[in-house]
Design a protein. Sequence first.
Length: 243
Amino acid sequence: MALNTRNTRIAFKPSPYHSHRNSRGLPRWLILLVLGILLGSGGVILLQTSYGPKRLTILESEKLTSDYTALLVKDQTQQNTIISLTSQLKSSQEASEQLLQAAQNEILTLKQQLEPTQQSLKIFKSALAANMRLEPVGIASERFKQSKQQSSINYELLLLQATDTKSTFNGSADITFEGTYPNGRAGAIKSPMLPLQIESYQLVQGSLEFPPGFTASKGTVRVYKPDSNRALGWRTFNVEQVP
């Protein structure tokens, strides 16, 4: 009986990683793995170099550390200065209180001196908001106050002249107060002529005596040309009754 010595080919191998070592070199899978690691590392390095945050050099790192240390020293110096100034402030507190009292007294005196000016400014401020006609003089605002305990009235008038007028307005004005007497009868009392000399504005202040018991409710201001009885303009205002 003859033996068949022909080599038989293996039809299937269960795994490519067979136990027989390839005598021609390293396995292909190991080479691919190493190449993949190298390529991936190179790509990461390239991305960090091109698009990633800039890394500090040794000199830059040393400079940053030095600047940080200098800031710490400066901050500590400033804190020590604050502590010293606070201590000085506390030690001179009594002297400061005396100076503060003197300053408060001076401020109070200045406020008392400024009170008339502030009243004029209030009138002037209300005049700026008023819708008035300058032909060429306008009656900007008023302040009529009558005390119930007195038979007189105090008045303040602010008159303005048009800004494009270069000459001084020399005219006059009067005030007609309308009201009632104690018996209920209506009446009117006219003030004397008030001389005017207006360059840009003029504040007219004064008082007028009423008959006993006369209570004014409103006042009409009229402005006249020089040497003329024709009124340039007029405005009517309410009278403020005060206790």
